[in-house]
Design a protein around this ligand. Structure first.
Ligand SMILES: Cc1ncc(COP(=O)(O)O)c(C=O)c1O
Length: 436
């Protein structure tokens, strides 16, 4: 008979303290709405939408039915040189939600792959324009763009990069936008717009014609909710325009209503050249990511290639998988019919009130929040993440699911939550922070 510890060794869990997990596993067996059920029957309230991906809640029968039907009708067809109707329908539904003329959608299976795709499209665009010298990519400190080498290279969360020394050549990082003077700001901080000028400095130092693209999350999510300083994103846009650089918004978290608008781009009224998305695209039910691309990019890459030839040598076996498309279409139907993006906007004030009420607790060093996304930095005199790890376990024991990054608590409740639900979630968060 295999012992329990060995059973846990077979699945090498991601971003997990595997040895510690196997000593006291946090396992759930069921999920409905905003509730998860532990294997011992206790209920955990989901205060982070799984991992920012289930705004419409768990166990949605509309998605289950669409997936089941698709599996019976057409469970797979390659998207290389062939197709199925649902991917075109989904692309046009996404294009109806994306801002400006970001109307061309390339599908992937995750946020990480969406980022890789966007970076490659940026390079392909400049090459097609005859500017193949534009190979530098610009990211930002404290950014999360997934775990593949492109995203890791432009990403800026130090711990994720350490130990994986291979990085794309020539990548530069803007400074992050957390400033001490902005602590406890609700929404966008007033100071920090000048941090965007780092991009102009890179152009001055390295030559603007060496830079292909600048990628940022409109609100940095995984590092602990860093809303952009007022005017910051517009300044990045202006510098990109002046210097012929593409601007990519990584909206894997901000997209699909998290900011109370279709995309973060709408909330901040700044139009990028590409938007990456994933997570809520299928309400977390089936893996899927995508990049929405501006017309000028699509037209250049596709238009410049020789007739009848493949224009972009890129794609995944599961690009535009029919089952993922079915799940995404059902999810978008739910968002629309239940007005969930509007509901997210309406919940922002009560959510932020509950969040910032935690400021009175002695352990709390800073709070940031915008839309339905917020973070609480915990004070600690131990090694980074030690207190956070204890907190993670205590939250689960107290019946609330959050995301911990180091010593930062991140919250992003589903949009189907009621104000009363938010009250219970925050009551549980508070009860843990009072005794930690
Ligand atoms: C902004 C951003 N980009 C990319 C990713 C990577 O997405 P995935 O984990 O689906 O690969 C994430 C994941 O949290 C993210 O928040």
């Amino acid at each position: 008979m295999t012992n329990l510890a060995n059973d846990f060794r077979n699945h090498w869990m991601p971003y997990t303290a595997n040895r510690d997990f196997s000593e006291a596993p946090r396992l759930v067996s069921d999920g409905q709405g905003i509730q998860l059920k532990k294997t011992n029957g206790e209920i955990v309230l989901d205060a982070v939408s799984g991992l920012f991906c289930t705004p419409a809640g768990l166990g949605r029968t509309e998605i289950a039915n669409a997936v089941a039907k698709q599996l019976e009708t057409l469970s797979y067809v390659t998207s290389f040189q062939h197709g199925h109707g649902k991917s075109f329908e989904l692309a046009s539904r996404i294009a109806s939600l994306t801002p400006g003329n970001l109307d061309h959608v390339f599908f992937s299976n995750s946020g990480s792959e969406a980022v890789e795709t966007a970076l490659k499209i940026a390079l392909a665009y400049h090459a097609a324009k005859g500017e193949s010298g534009r190979t530098r990519l610009v990211g930002r400190e404290r950014a999360y763009h997934g775990v593949n080498f492109g995203g890791l290279s432009v990403g800026g969360i130090a711990r994720n990069k350490h130990g994986f020394s291979l990085s794309l050549p020539g990548v530069l990082h803007l400074r992050h936008t957390w400033l001490d003077e902005n602590r406890f700001t609700q929404g966008q901080p007033k100071s920090g717009v000048e941090l965007a000028d780092d991009l102009q400095r890179f152009c001055d130092t390295h030559g603007s014609n060496s830079i292909a693209a600048c990628i940022v999350e409109p609100v940095a999510g995984s590092t602990g909710c860093l809303p952009p300083p007022l005017g910051y994103l517009q300044r990045l846009r202006d510098i990109c325009d002046t210097n012929g650089i593409l601007l990519i918004f990584d909206e894997v978290i901000c997209g699909f209503g998290r900011m109370g608008t279709n995309f973060g781009s709408d909330r901040f009224n700044v139009l990028p050249d590409m938007i990456t998305m994933a997570k809520a695209l299928t309400n977390g039910a089936i893996p899927m990511g995508a990049v929405a691309v501006a017309g000028k990019i699509y037209d250049t890459v596709v238009g410049e290639a020789p007739d009848k030839s493949i224009e972009l040598f890129h794609g995944y076996t599961y690009t535009a998988h029919p089952v993922a498309c079915a799940a995404a279409l059902a999810s978008l139907d739910i968002y629309e019919s239940e007005g969930l993006f509007e509901r997210s906007a309406a919940l922002e004030t009560p959510f932020l009130e509950e969040l910032f009420a935690l400021a009175e607790l002695p352990l709390v060093k800073d709070i940031r929040g915008i839309g339905m996304l917020g973070a609480v930095d915990l004070d600690s005199d131990e090694a980074v993440g030690k207190r956070g790890h204890r907190a993670l376990k205590a939250f689960f024991d107290a019946g609330v699911l959050v995301k911990m990054t180091g010593d930062t608590v991140i919250l992003a409740p589903p949009f189907i939550s009621s104000e009363a639900d938010l009250g219970v979630m925050f009551g549980r968060v508070r009860s843990v922070l009072e005794i930690l």
